[in-house]
Design a protein around this ligand. Structure first.
Ligand SMILES: Nc1ncnc2c1ncn2[C@@H]1O[C@H](COP(=O)(O)OP(=O)(O)OP(=O)(O)O)[C@@H](O)[C@H]1O
Length: 255
């Protein structure tokens, strides 16, 4: 298993956002975390990425306990994420947004970067070339010098994913990647995620409300309700499960 959530609980004052939750994600799996609003999905992401420390329990990534590590250390270990609300630097170019993802990887020191030692310049060229390759992979190289804010919503979501991939992760966390997308953008996104899993050797953990998307994309899902697991298994079985249907108040039948 690449990721193991071991009996994690997270309390905020009197609110228990996650209660004694355990699950494991296998390498190269596309794993969906689903559940109604307030179920604890984003809290779980924040625990995995080091933004929150669990009240109890442990997050194990590639056989190493990582709970309590700072977010930038966790990125270095190979976990990247996107956010529910797009967090691009809107007035910066698409390329510069991708380059931010590379920042932590740079192998030069502070003084080298000021004096612009040859090693710094070579490294800068290498990183730019790699960023352009990633943009090309997303069919967006023509947009490299556009401001992020001038892109469509679907394109901005793709840039966010591209930036996360620039950190060279083994595990990619996507928080509602299809939110606000139209059906054709959603379909394209699903294809990209499946393709990137192979081409970037990725494991994907995603939060999503669009059950059609989840059903087509995810190998496995975990359904949370009020911080507790109510279902774990195949998405096609989840949407038939009475407890899951009750928790979502029949939402699945709306599309
Ligand atoms: N920083 C915080 N302080 C206090 N309570 C919090 C905090 N973060 C989350 N919660 C609470 O924890 C519970 C779970 O919230 P969380 O955002 O994880 O749910 P979610 O499943 O991601 O919901 P949504 O689908 O609406 O994003 C909610 O009751 C929420 O109010």
């Amino acid at each position: 298993m690449i990721l193991k959530i071991d009996n994690v609980t997270k309390n905020f004052g009197g609110v228990t956002a996650i209660k004694e939750t355990s699950f494991s994600v296998a390498p190269k799996e596309i794993f969906g975390l689903i559940g109604p609003n307030g179920a604890g999905k984003t809290t779980m992401f924040n625990i995995i990425t080091g933004n929150y420390v669990p009240t109890s329990g442990e997050v194990i990534f590639r056989n190493e306990a990582i709970s309590g590590l700072k977010p930038h250390h966790i990125v270095r270990k190979g976990i990247a994420r996107t956010f529910q609300n797009i967090r691009l630097f809107s007035s910066m170019s698409v390329l510069d947004n991708i380059l931010i993802g590379f920042d932590f990887q740079a192998r030069y020191g502070f003084f080298e970067s000021i004096i612009r030692f040859p090693r710094f310049i070579t490294e800068e060229r290498r990183i730019k070339a790699r960023a352009m390759e990633i943009l090309d992979y997303f069919d967006m190289s023509a947009l490299a010098h556009e401001k992020a804010v001038d892109l469509s919503y679907g394109q901005q979501r793709k840039v966010e994913i591209a930036r996360a991939l620039a950190t060279n992760p083994d595990l990619l966390l996507l928080d509602e990647p299809a939110a606000g997308m139209n059906p054709s953008e959603t379909e394209e996104l699903g294809d990209i995620i499946k393709k990137a899993r192979v081409d970037f050797d990725l494991t994907v953990l995603l939060i999503e409300h669009d059950m059609k998307f989840v059903n087509q994309l995810c190998d496995k899902v975990l359904v949370l309700d009020y911080g507790k697991t109510i279902f774990e298994g195949k998405p096609a079985d989840a949407i038939q499960d009475p407890e899951v249907i009750a928790a979502y108040l029949g939402d699945f039948h709306n599309d």
